[in-house]
Every structure is written in C-alpha cells, then in structure tokens.
Design a protein around this ligand. Structure first.
Ligand code: DAT
Ligand code: MG
Length: 152
C-alpha cells in the first residue's frame, strides 16, 4: 500500500515538554488525515538511517543521541493535499531564529538542536521515512468526515 503522506516525528523535547497534543492539533485542525501515530524510543540504527543524509555533518552524532535519548518520540503519518509542503510550513524553518512565529518551532523552540519536530522535506524522503518507521499494516485507510470539504 502506498501512502502519499508526510512523516512527522515529535522529538523527545516535544514529548518531555508535553506539547504532543498541541502539535498534533495543528495538523488535525488544518484538515489533514492522521494515517498512523505511535510513541517509541528509536534504536540508534533507526535514528542513523532516518538521518543518513546528514551522516557527514558535525552535529550528526549529537542528533542521533538526542533522538535516541530514552525519552520517546511520537512518529506520525499525515495525508492530504500538499501535505509535505504544508507540513514544512506548519513546522517552520530548521533554525528557530528563522522560523515563522506562527509555526511550531517559531512558537515553542529557540535552539536548532532542540527544535521539537521532524517533517519530511520531499516525496522521496517521506516514502523512505514512512517505510522505515511503519509497517504497511499500521497505515490506516479511512475518510475523515469533512474530507471532501477540506481537500476539494
Ligand atoms: P529539518 O529538521 O528542518 O528538516 P535538517 O534536515 O537540515 O532540518 O536537519 C535535521 C536536524 O538536524 C534539524 O532538525 C536539527 C539538526 N540540525 C540541523 N542543522 C544543525 C546545526 N547547524 N546544528 C545543530 N543541529 C542541526
Ligand atoms: Mg530534514
């Protein structure tokens, strides 16, 4: 089953700061469909593969350590019109100094290394990440009640 969705992950700081509900609400209230959601502590292997594009960067080891700290993350799949590009806008720029104040990072984060949430940045990345974090049986197929009105 192929889901044209985006993969979002609330990072350990978002869970520890008890912002999960507020972050989930932004996607839900926008009208996106929650296809999958689970809380877990990723293994180092999963975190490394998730961020494999950044393996040569100086912050990579610290990034993997943060994501695998033991405080769980909340992995999500969201589906709907323009969800990848809109998801990036909901989340905000990587560096909170540049994040729009209305975005998740712009409202709640001040450090690039503790920026609360991951969001896929392309269709290919989303496809890779959904496959990495979820079994296809975990991806729900249903239609939210207002779907036709929101996604017209
Ligand atoms: P994004 O999470 O906005 O997609 P990215 O893919 O470029 O950003 O980097 C992944 C994560 O790595 C980012 O959310 C936080 C961390 N990171 C990026 N640049 C960093 C930097 N210069 N110093 C510390 N951490 C950084
Ligand atoms: Mg990225």
């Amino acid at each position: 089953k192929t889901i044209a969705g985006e993969k979002g992950t609330i990072k350990p700081d978002g869970v520890s700061r008890q912002l999960v509900g507020k972050i989930v609400s932004r996607f839900e209230e926008r009208g996106y469909k929650l296809v999958a959601i689970k809380s877990l502590t990723p293994s180092p292997a999963l975190a490394k593969e998730h961020y494999s594009d950044l393996a040569s960067r100086p912050f990579y080891a610290g990034l993997v350590k943060y994501i695998t700290s033991g405080t769980p993350v909340v992995a999500m799949v969201w589906e709907g019109k323009d969800v990848i590009r809109q998801g990036r806008r909901i989340v905000g720029a990587t560096n909170p100094l540049e994040s729009d104040p209305g975005s998740v990072r712009g409202q709640y984060a001040v450090s690039v290394g503790r920026n609360l949430i991951h969001a896929s940045d392309s269709f290919d990345a989303a496809t890779k990440e959904i496959g990495l974090w979820f079994d296809s049986a975990e991806l729900a197929e249903y239609e939210p009640t207002a779907w036709g009105w929101v996604m017209a």
